[in-house]
Design a protein around this ligand. Sequence first.
Ligand SMILES: [Zn+2]
Length: 340
Amino acid sequence: MKYLLVSLLTVLAVSCNSAQNSASKTISENLSRTDYAKTITAEELKTHLYIFADDAMKGRMTGQKGQKLAAEYLRNFYMDEGIPSPIEEKNYYQNIPASYFERMSDPKDSENVVAFIKGSEKPDEIIVLSAHYDHVGVDEDGNIYNGADDDGSGTVALLEIAEAFQQAVKDGNGPKRSILFLHVTGEEIGLYGSRYYTENPIFPLKNTVCNLNTDMIGRVDPDKTDNPNYIYLIGSDKLSQELHDLSEEVNEKYINLELDYKYNDENDPNRFYYRSDHYNFAKNNIPVIFYFNGTHEDYHKPTDTADKIEYELLAKRAQLIFQTAWEVANREGRITADKL
Ligand SMILES: [Zn+2]
């Protein structure tokens, strides 16, 4: 069952990609960043997410079979795309020993999944794009928590962003700085995967320019049904005014979502700033932006399913993250934590 599913997924991924590659090659060799952003489509996000949040993934509980299957899906994607691992050839897993998951009752080994696009001019300066790919598994009654929004949405956004950057690389327009795609495990049980990464970084933290973290970007907050063209940004101005300003400029120029900072307020009781993986970077003084749609009635319920995702909106939000990463990667100077 497992292998059958994976090979089916591979076929789907490959057929989408080859159609896209031949289409973009006929356009021009001089594609712009907007052309690359447009390769991030609702349709491809949907194809990935229906598989990634399928019942076969069993809610992707850290250390369990569904999480391993999800990790294989990510690894196979990067291999098919020709995007290398930063660890060693064909090894996309940063292994985390069971003993690291202290608060779990029956911990098992787990893994972060990593892929890497090397910068053409400043390869030592790293931009980390992250999303957690674990979720909360299956409950006692056998209900599967598919976690389509949390965080299937961020996970598939990362895949499409990686594909867009890789297309730019193929055309000779690859980013000047390097980009690490970091799919972390163990988020739901306490931000373990991102903490492990920052304690055992593949690239020195001092060379890590920023972290753009995506956790839940496929739905609409009930408060926003009248204006769903939004995304909550958290943390963008906490360490770096430069990053915040850059993010605003990029959005205004290329995307035009409403950037809502409601949850960026220090006094917000939800304390979302401390509740997803970017925080492990921020506490190491690395500038971050956390992209988030807010909570909704299906949050951490078995009803967080792929059919409820707003795919056009997910694509637009993923394009914003792509454009922001593009700007950080390609601008002349490295952004700094200018508020420290
Ligand atoms: Zn999450």
